[in-house]
Ligand binder design. Structure first.
Ligand SMILES: *Cc1c(COP(=O)(O)O)cnc(C)c1O
Length: 471
């Protein structure tokens, strides 16, 4: 047979698009995958196979075509590879409670319920029901924020980075903002105070040194061009040893005496004093407001435990300037976030935040409860699976994450995996690519599945995923 005939014959063996589609119809692996994606996969598989056949004939004069079942399996694998949805739940077994890459705070049941209710119906988002006039979307959380923080006014935007940008643009465009050198931080994810400052059009006036800044440094720097004194929480790092920062109250007093507003970017912004749960002292939002700061900004999805948002509270006149800034329209918060945020704030007012907000519950959960969950996970493995995994419970340290309380280490219990024959790296990769994906951390050649961040409801699926590793 000549090459041209061999080519013809090889290509004739390829099924048509329709025939291959027909063959994969109803395949279990394609449940929930849109037909358009399956058609694309069929085309891709056929193009690939066609190329392989032609290449085979060119090189060897002949080639054996794949049978239709093999092609169908390829289509199913290709079309379902990424699952029906790209953004999907994972099991956080890293022990980092506020993990930015894993979506930070989980929403409370009430927040989820409000999201569903508000998202599935029309709402009074911007309608004042009493007067039938246009209302303000911010009104739905403004009362709560004022009552909880003691501030005169509030504004909520897309995230805290946006809140800082908006405040600087509104108050200090073309003017100077004084910041301590010890607080010129990078949070990660492109948030650097000097960069945000430049973007806002404000001029950075650095004072003090990396480790020590005194009130006099601020006082000497204030001039006719000064628009704001900015204090920034050093969130994810600490300068230890020979250090000095200016207490908020002193800075506030200086600002007041010189007629310059004082703002603090609190970063995480917590409403509850976590000291009774063994955490070090961190000023709460209420305390920051009570110290007299003119503006305080913080995130919605860090220690607050709500949806992504940036919250600004403070003096009414300044908040009004932020609200009226046209930039605010571009940073504005959507109705689903508002619904989730209102429910989150409601829990603080109702006094059940620590019990109902997942972030706070995980941070304050007793070691004994974490250990019980770890034991339950281990008990769900058959003895032979546990042995093959090299599974053992180990005590360790979990982290708060999200740039919050960087020095705090939470006692925790992890399930450690890995044996000489079956290295931890392989388990790690298989779990990450499984369903549901499981994200752990590797330490000393063991894969640690930290149970502080594993949800009770994750335990059955996690145990199944572990059993499948050694089946
Ligand atoms: C996290 C953080 C930010 C950024 O907050 P987002 O809500 O992630 O935009 C800004 N400033 C400080 C001090 C932070 O810790």
């Amino acid at each position: 047979m000549g090459k041209s005939e061999a080519r013809q014959s090889a290509l004739r063996s390829l099924p048509s698009v329709d025939a291959l589609l027909q063959r994969v119809q109803g395949a279990a692996g394609l449940k929930g995958i849109p037909r358009a994606r399956v058609v694309r996969a069929v085309r891709e598989v056929l193009v690939g196979e066609r190329g392989r056949l032609l290449e085979g004939v060119r090189r060897a004069g002949a080639v054996s075509p794949l049978d239709a079942d093999a092609l169908a399996r390829r289509v199913v694998a290709e079309a379902s590879r990424a699952g029906a949805f790209s953004l999907a739940p994972v099991v956080n077994a890293t022990g980092v409670v506020l993990h930015t890459n894993l979506g930070r705070a989980l929403l409370s049941p009430l927040a989820l319920e409000r999201l569903r209710r508000v998202g599935s119906a029309y709402s009074n988002l911007e309608l004042d029901l009493k007067t039938k006039e246009r209302g303000s979307r911010y009104a739905h959380v403004d009362g709560l924020l004022r009552r909880l923080t003691g501030a005169e006014a509030s504004l909520v935007v897309n995230n805290n980075a946006a809140a800082v940008l908006l405040a600087l643009e509104s108050l200090a465009r073309g003017k100077e903002v004084i910041v301590s050198r010890g607080e010129l931080i990078e949070i990660g994810g492109e948030f650097r105070i000097p960069d945000i400052m430049r973007r806002s059009g404000a001029i950075l006036r650095e004072v003090g040194t990396t480790n020590r800044t005194h009130l006099k440094d601020y006082a000497d720097a204030i001039g006719p061009e000064t628009a704001l004194l900015l204090k920034v929480h050093t969130s994810n790092y600490r300068v230890l040893g020979f250090t000095a920062q200016v207490p908020t109250r002193d800075l506030v007093e200086l600002g007041r005496s010189r007629g310059v507003p004082v703002m603090e970017d609190l970063g995480s912004g917590c409403f509850v004093d976590l000291r009774p749960y063994g955490f070090p002292y961190e000023p709460t939002v209420q305390e920051a407001v009570a110290a007299g700061l003119d503006l305080v900004s913080f995130s919605g999805d860090k220690l607050l435990g709500g949806p992504q948002a940036g919250i600004v509270v403070g003096k009414a006149e300044l908040v009004e300037r932020l609200r009226k800034n046209p930039l605010n329209r571009a940073l504005r918060i959507d109705k689903l976030t508002l619904a989730g945020l209102e429910a989150t704030l409601y829990a603080y007012e109702a006094g059940n935040a620590v019990e109902t907000i997942p972030t706070l519950r995980m941070l304050t959960e007793r070691l004994a409860a974490v250990r019980r969950r770890a034991r339950r996970l281990l008990r769900r493995l058959s003895p032979s699976a546990a042995a093959a995994l090299g599974a053992a419970l180990v005590e360790g340290r979990a982290q708060v994450g999200g740039g919050s309380l960087p020095l705090v280490e939470l006692p925790t219990v992890a399930l450690a995996l890995g044996t000489a024959e079956r290295p931890a790296q392989r388990f790690d990769e298989a779990l990450r690519n499984g369903e549901p994906p499981v994200i752990g951390r590797i330490a000393d050649d063991r894969l640690l599945l930290d149970c502080r961040t594993v949800l009770n409801s994750d335990v059955p699926a996690l145990a199944d995923a572990l059993s499948r590793l050694v089946e």
